[in-house]
Write a protein that binds this ligand. Sequence first.
Ligand code: SF4
Ligand code: SF4
Length: 431
Amino acid sequence: MILPTARTWVYPLSVNGRYQRIHRVTGALLQAVLFVTPWIDVGGHPAFQVDIAGRRLYAFGAVFTPADNLLLVLIGLAAAFSLFLFTAVFGRLWCGYACPQTVFLEEWIRPVENFIEGDRGRRMARDRGPWNADKTGRKLAKWSAYLLMSFVVAMTFVSWFSGAGVLWTGGSGSVAYGMVSFFTALMFWDFAWFREQFCNYLCPYARIQGVLCDDHSLVVAYDDRRGEPRGKDSPGACIDCLKCVAVCPQGIDIRDGFQLECVTCARCVDACAAVMAKRGEPSLVNYATLSGQPRTVRARTVVYASLIGIVSVAFVGVLAGRHEADGYISRSPGSLYTVDADGWIRNTYLLRLTSHENEPDQWQVEIEGLPAVAEVSAPSIALDPAATTTVPVVVRVPPGHLIERSTPLRVRVHSHDDELWMDTSFLSEGT
Ligand code: SF4
Ligand code: SF4
């Protein structure tokens, strides 16, 4: 990664227009999802929560445990291939409309900055001027607002892991509040200073754009056939007003051609549309493809769509075979078998059950593979939603009924509508 030696600070001019209205709507929807979801309760848990300490993922009533790793991998693959497909067709629309970095900068940071420090011209003039009471006061007010916003965003982000109710009421542990402090500092640094450099130098998604896109992917492009030669008195339509450059949050001139820094936010489209409207002409900058022909069906999109299809079928197959609980039986630590005072041979096991359900359930244990005289002592298991319970299972066989040192057993654990089978063995001296 090569960082520039000297950064040119970007002062984006405010802009309004069709695409900025779309930004506001998509931004509001995404923020509603981000801020409201941790507060929605489904079956006693947040609608979506990654409980790292409890090794659980709660998703709209479903509970995933480490035993569901395959499902989670398939979900991750489907999400990755979907992003590849979306990018191949729509270019960097994700960056322009849905990336949290863009949404927070556009919906929170720039409006607050404009409110406190004024629009582009005033901010540039003030930054060039000396530090005085006015400049210091406005900067402090702006940074205080950024700090507050960073804290709210960090709390919301950590709520997705800790649960909003417990986090906001001070009930989470020190690790959670440590994460809040870390993310507050990180976001303040990003909001106050790093900004567009994140897209240009750090974002991994931005780095793989060149591989995912081709000439048929959607980009924001300048119509140089109409626009050039540019200038107020030249025959080209571009009057060289530089509005498209002034509004760009990435600090680029889209008239120079396609650039990797462009996040396709369309601020330049709206800016030029306003300029051209006064001349009764359409914008010189627009969504377009480099080939000039949008083509959705092509080799890479077919491959990505096929991969999504394969992963989706696999996901449905794995989900259909998923039980209401996971079970695991192991021999009690340190015990092979014991001979009781009455001569019966005893094997002790530990049975662990993990619920995938949002309802409590009752499970029974049965053993197959032993002589009918064998005794099985196992409690009926009351399994709470999303809980893990471990119970002892004791099996006793009278002497003389087993000739093998190791007899295979099948353990059946069943609720009213599901059953699990586990294999283990009964150890004895043999005969
Ligand atoms: S060039 Fe236009 S679309 Fe690209 S980042 Fe700048 S303003 Fe947004
Ligand atoms: S806003 Fe339009 S007219 Fe003005 S410089 Fe940009 S492309 Fe040319």
